[in-house]
Design a protein around this ligand. Structure first.
Ligand code: G1P
Ligand code: ZN
Length: 543
């Protein structure tokens, strides 16, 4: 094996964000050694010699080239084995499944999740640890330190490896095993959910439309819904993973999954509409003319655990990210589960899951998951919903409305202001931080601020501290406004404003969300001076 040591210069900007290192595709492609340096930094941090890693990507532009580089570097660095999905494909949840199944030392996922792909889009590298989950900050910080002092990387001089068929190939001391990316994942779903019941739901004519948005989940969804569960052929649309996602923006929300939303709001809508993002960890669930808010979704999954094969023994506890509505807490309190509040990002759930403190967890950003893996899981969430529908015989809207009647409704919205100049966005946050102490007592129309803080988190297991996780403003009626800057963007800054208000009065639960939150939305703008700082009079995305 011809191994080359390539001299390189360290980069200053390879600090992993909310989920891995995410940049414009062009930066990875056109900055010499940019990808190689980051991979070598991971390998140095974990001391990759003799280790087994799972590798794959969501199929987006530059995946193929990047995978070959990573394989050649793994060979040069004497990894013991790389398990890679056929044609280099793996969804994020499936990588987590494989790391755990094979007790691998970790995994690398090439994806920028829900960000657009293509030469003008985004690319990213995520590193997961042996528990199958995103590397915790201690590891990402160590990787970052490595990136700042690299002087060379190692790569094998060889031709590209054929990833088109399953099987084992040896290069030097390294074994490259190409595996089916779908079957282990689908098998696990069959253990967790009542496929028999879901199959008979489909037999009775239940119509699901699943939009894979030309991203990685197409093959998973076809195998699970159409093959194993007998849904009619054509249930899965945009089911071929494409390098540019066929021009679609693979973010399953009301703005970007527009075709699905239009179909679900048309008169002859299917019973259920669902979608996942680029790498398959997010989910959106819709009933006919009915949108399920992701914060409600995780609360509803938790409330109905008794109906689901893999969870009916009980939930150990539940967790949500701070910005997610407190609907989940309400369920936990009623059912007597422990509940936890973590910063944004899946990595914070890992230690709670590993310690057996929680079984289910979720985020407002279309993410839900459980102890079955250490990532959020789009198809898992959709199957959980199907399981509930199959067992109750109710429609999605009926399930949600009944939930609100029982637990009250947490009206909730997120307003995103994208593409703000970074300095202006920082200015807005700094200004809020400076004024934190003076906010309590402030009267804004009918609302009074009772408390405001800058959310900090101490992991109850590892005691790791994470500061600066968003500004929380609490109002007298227990409504909440949260401000934070996105950690996944690649251009400028995105301000996220999260607004929540609880309503127990059933007669008021059917209001339109934006109307119900109208006053609070205005107050949120006033408190932070959003238009003054950003120059924007309206958000770019409303969820
Ligand atoms: C966003 C979401 C967050 C999620 C992350 C990765 O991060 O808000 O909940 O975990 O994507 O999917 P943000 O851009 O807000 O930092
Ligand atoms: Zn994702």
């Amino acid at each position: 094996m011809d191994i080359k040591l390539v001299p390189t210069t360290a980069f200053e900007d390879q600090k992993p964000g909310t989920s891995g290192l995410r940049k414009k595709t062009k930066i990875f492609m056109e900055t010499p050694n940019y990808l190689e340096n980051f991979i070598q930094a991971i390998f140095n941090t974990i001391n990759v010699k003799g280790k087994t890693l799972v590798l794959g990507g969501d199929g987006r532009f530059y995946n193929k080239e990047a995978l070959q580089i990573i394989l050649k570097m793994a060979i040069a660095n004497e990894a013991q084995e790389i398990k890679i999905g056929q044609n280099g494909l793996f969804s994020t949840p499936a990588v987590s499944v494989e790391i755990r199944k094979f007790q691998a030392d970790g995994g690398i996922i090439l994806s920028a999740s829900h960000n657009p792909g293509g030469i003008k889009g985004d690319f990213g590298i995520k590193f997961n640890t042996a528990n199958g989950g995103p590397a915790p900050e201690s590891v990402t910080n160590a990787i970052f330190e490595q990136t700042k002092k690299l002087t060379f990387y190692k790569i094998a001089q060889m031709s590209d490896i054929d990833l088109s068929y399953e099987g084992v190939q040896f290069f030097g001391d390294t074994k490259i095993t190409v595996i089916n990316p779908v079957s282990d994942y689908a098998d696990l779903m069959e253990i967790l959910f009542d496929f028999e019941a879901i199959r008979s739901l489909f037999q009775k004519g239940f119509k699901l439309r699943y939009d894979a948005l030309n991203a990685v989940t197409g093959p998973y969804a076809k195998e699970i819904f159409e093959e194993r569960l007998g849904a009619f052929t054509g249930t899965v649309v945009h089911g071929e993973p494409k390098e540019d996602f066929g021009g679609l923006h693979p973010d399953p929300n009301l703005t970007y999954a527009k075709e699905l939303v239009d179909i679900m709001y048309a008169p002859d809508a299917p019973d259920m509409g669902a979608a996942s993002d680029g790498d398959g960890d997010r989910n959106m669930v819709l009933g006919s003319s009915f949108f399920v808010n992701p914060s409600d979704s995780i609360a509803i999954l938790a409330a109905n655990y008794e109906l689901v094969k893999g969870y009916k023994q009980g939930l150990r506890g539940v967790a949500r990210s701070m910005a997610t509505s407190r609907a989940l807490d309400t369920v936990a309190d009623k059912k007597g589960f422990a509940h936890y509040e973590t910063p944004t990002g899946w990595k914070f759930f890992g230690s709670l899951l590993d310690a057996g403190k929680i079984t289910l967890c979720g985020e407002e950003s279309f993410g839900a998951g459980s102890s079955h893996i250490r990532e959020k899981d789009g198809l898992w969430s959709i199957l959980y919903w199907l399981n509930i529908l199959a067992k109750t015989g109710k429609s999605i809207e009926e399930v949600v409305r009944e939930h609100w009647r029982t637990y009250g409704r947490h009206f909730y919205t997120r307003h995103d202001y994208e593409g703000i100049e970074t300095e202006r966005a920082k200015g807005l946050m700094d200004n809020l931080k400076r004024r934190l102490a003076s906010l309590p007592g402030m009267q804004l129309s009918d609302y009074e601020i009772t408390w405001a803080d800058d959310f900090a988190y101490t992991d109850p297991i590892t005691r790791e501290m994470t500061l600066d996780q968003g500004i929380r403003v609490f109002l007298k009626d227990n409504s909440r406004i949260i401000y934070r800057l996105s950690g996944t963007g690649t251009q400028g800054a995105t301000l996220r404003v999260y607004i929540e208000k609880y309503e127990s009065d059933v007669s008021k639960q059917s209001q339109d969300t934006q109307k119900a939150l109208k006053d609070l939305i205005k107050i949120a703008g006033d408190i932070a001076g959003i238009s003054a700082f950003t120059g924007m009079t309206a958000p770019t995305v409303i969820t």
